[in-house]
Every structure is written in C-alpha cells, then in structure tokens.
Design a protein around this ligand. Structure first.
Ligand SMILES: NC(=O)c1ccc[n+]([C@@H]2O[C@H](COP(=O)([O-])OP(=O)(O)OC[C@H]3O[C@@H](n4cnc5c(N)ncnc54)[C@H](OP(=O)(O)O)[C@@H]3O)[C@@H](O)[C@H]2O)c1
Length: 365
C-alpha cells in the first residue's frame, strides 16, 4: 500500500499521518505549498510521479462563517471544495487510483429529528455545505472507484483549537457562554483518522466497497451539553476555571445559517460494511485537554481534590455532569434536567455583543 494524502496540515491530515507513521504505512502527504488542488496540471504531475495505490483527500476550505458573509470567501470555498475535488477525481480515474474523499454532515438541512443516513435527501443550507455537496457530486461523476466519508464536527488539538477558545471565552466573560442550540455528534479527529485507516485497508485488499459512508462519535448531544462536558473536565485541570464553574451560564442562540439544527449521522452502513464501530468521544476530549494543559490527568496531583469539588456541586445541583453523554452511555435523567435548567434561550438580534461573544466561543468549522 502506498498512499498519497492531500491536506497534510489539516487537523484530520495530521492525525492520519500520526496513525500511518505508527502503522508503518508508506505515504506522501502534501499541503498547498507542495501542490495546490486548484492547479490541475500540478495535481496530475504529482499524482503521476508518486503513483500511489490510493489517494486520500482531506484538503478543504472550511471557514463556514466567512464563506457565508464574504462573497470572495464563498467563491474560494466553492472552488476548493468542488474544482479541487474534480481535479483529483479526474486524475484518479485516468490512472485508475481509488480515491477516498472526506465530506461533511452539512450536506443535509438539519431538519430531520433522527440521525441522517447515507441515502437521505441532501439539502445544504450554507455555502460550505453546498460546496461539499457539489464536491461529492463531482466525484461521483468523475471517478468510478471512490469512497465518500462524511463526518460530523471534528475536534482536535490542532489548528484553531476550539477547546482553548471556549475556555478563554468562559474566563473572559465570567462564566457566561453562548452556543448555538444545535444537536450534533462531535468526533475526535484521531477517531476519524482511524476510520480512514480501516477503510483503506479494505480497499487495499481489493474490497469493492465504493460509495458513501457516515461516521461520527456515539451519542449525539446538544452543543450546550458538549460545552458543559468540556468545561467541567477542563476545570479539573484549571483552578481559575474551577472557581467560575458555579457561575457557569450557558445561553442558547437560535440556529441560524451557516449552522443547522441537527447534523448527527447514522453509522449503521459503515458498521455493516467494514465492521467499524462508533467510539465515544470522551477519551478524545480528555486527550485534547491534556494537550492544552500539558498534563496527564492521572498524573495530576491536584485533580483528585478538584474532582471531589465537582462531585459536591453535582449533589447540590449546581453543575450537572454531561460526561455520560460524552462518553456514550445513557445520560442520567437528573443530570439532563439540571443541564436544561442552565440553558437559556436568547436572541442574538436583540443582543449583538452576545452574538459576537458566541461566535468567538462557539465557532464551529
Ligand atoms: N472540521 C470539521 O469540523 C469537519 C466536519 C465534517 C467534515 N470535515 C471534513 O474533514 C476534512 C478535513 O477537515 P479539517 O477540519 O481537518 O480541515 P482543516 O483543518 O480546515 O484543513 C484543511 C486543509 O486543506 C488545505 N487546503 C486548503 N486549500 C487548499 C488547496 N487549494 N490545495 C491544497 N490544500 C488546500 C489547507 O491548507 P493550509 O494548511 O495551507 O490552510 C488545510 O491544511 C475536510 O474534508 C472537511 O470538509 C471537517
């Protein structure tokens, strides 16, 4: 097996590279300085020279907000996510190289109550979602041997670290956080990379598994539950944050473009085809927080007393634990009620400052 990866510096690309290194798989990973996917001749030259047995595309334009408000950004988003994919797909088809392309749950409109299945109707609601959908369509038209892997929101310790931004925002605003009132299944980028490795191993064994698949972490949650989980766990490592937890106030913003109400995906097909089970996101959250604070939680001496403090607050009802949800077990109904009690709906139109704060804190790619 010899892989060629486009999107070497993406958060997913970095996790994939780490995994491939560990697995001692031969690969070449390119970033835009090596080859710009918008230059088809360069793409052709690079792919022909490297001559991989499979190509993986995790390059993308991913700034949802900017693509929604800035026409130039929207154009770039469209180009990279559609024309870039087309350039890769044509070369792969010409050279008979299987191509795995990463797409997004934002090809859906978010109106479904349940998790989305692969053949559910697509109806993207924002520029980014449309560009990802056009990219998928182009790939289906241009290359026979392709796999499209859609995931929901990815988190990692790379690039714009959402957890760090969330923690900083919580501190700057004395425990007040605003998040979009959406339901999703945040997925550790390292787990998505593991799924890619599972798929490419099958393709390497000549499995005829072409088509579209979904993967995200177990147990969809509302964004406020996820944020609560991240902050509670961060507070175990951060004294300043811990003192803010009793005052934590998570306000819910209405779901507006570019976001959608529900982006969680059903993963039955990837399980039945590849035997790939969904993982919980709990270990990923812990891993990213350990990276931010530069500690291993088990080795952190102060964590025991901090954890005891959190338990005490849970008993008095001031900070319900959302970790059950994040770990993929059933949510304690009492805890859920307490989470709900902390949720307040708010209108960003009435309060632009809040909206700005929320954008900072709740920015999702
Ligand atoms: N992030 C999420 O929450 C999420 C959710 C669902 C699906 N996905 C999908 O998962 C995949 C990986 O996402 P990610 O968040 O890991 O990506 P990311 O961190 O935003 O990185 C995107 C990468 O694409 C590269 N790139 C941009 N324009 C390029 C061009 N013209 N030629 C070559 N490379 C170019 C960027 O280069 P630079 O390093 O120079 O910027 C960057 O390294 C994408 O397909 C994305 O749509 C992501």
């Amino acid at each position: 097996m010899k892989l060629l990866i486009f999107g070497a510096n993406s958060q997913l690309g970095r996790e994939l590279i780490r995994l491939l290194d560990d697995a001692q798989v031969e690969f070449t990973a390119l970033d835009p300085e090596d080859v710009d996917v918008l230059k088809p001749k360069d793409v052709m030259k690079a792919v022909s020279r490297i001559n991989p047995t499979q190509l993986i595309n995790v390059s993308t334009y991913s700034n949802l907000q900017k693509a929604e408000i800035d026409p130039d950004a929207a154009k770039m988003c469209d180009l990279i996510n559609t024309e870039g994919v087309a350039a890769l797909a044509r070369v792969c088809n010409q050279l008979s190289i299987p191509m795995l392309h990463h797409s997004s749950s934002y090809v859906f409109d978010g109106q479904k109550k349940e998790t989305y299945e692969e053949d559910d109707e697509t109806n993207p609601q924002c520029s980014y979602g449309r560009s990802k959908w056009y990219g998928e369509r182009t790939l289906r038209e241009e290359a026979d041997k392709h796999i499209i892997l859609r995931t929901d929101w990815l988190f990692s310790g790379h690039r714009d670290n959402y957890f760090r931004a969330l923690i900083n925002s919580c501190k700057e605003n004395a425990g007040k956080i605003s998040v979009v009132d959406n339901r999703f299944s945040p997925t550790y980028a390292a787990d998505a990379a593991r799924v890619i490795l599972g798929i490419i191993n099958q393709v390497d064994c000549h499995a005829e598994v072409w088509g579209t698949y979904h993967y995200n972490a177990l147990q969809p949650v509302n964004q406020d539950q996820f944020v609560l989980h991240v902050l509670e766990e961060a507070a175990e490592l951060d004294k300043e944050l811990e003192t803010l937890m009793p005052a934590l106030d998570i306000q819910l913003l209405p779901v507006e473009s570019p976001y959608i109400r529900n982006s969680a995906l059903n993963c039955g097909k990837i399980m039945s085809t590849f035997g790939i089970k969904q993982r919980s996101r709990g270990d990923g959250v812990t891993g990213v927080l350990e990276g931010i604070y530069g500690v291993k939680k088990a080795e952190n001496e102060s964590s025991t007393s901090v954890r005891a403090g959190l338990k005490k607050r849970t008993r008095t009802g001031k900070a319900a634990s959302s970790k059950d949800a994040a770990n993929g077990t059933d949510i304690n109904p009492n805890a859920t009620q307490k989470v709900k009690a902390k949720r307040k709906k708010t209108s960003p139109k009435k309060n632009p400052q809040q909206k700005q704060r929320a954008k900072k804190a709740a920015t999702r790619k």
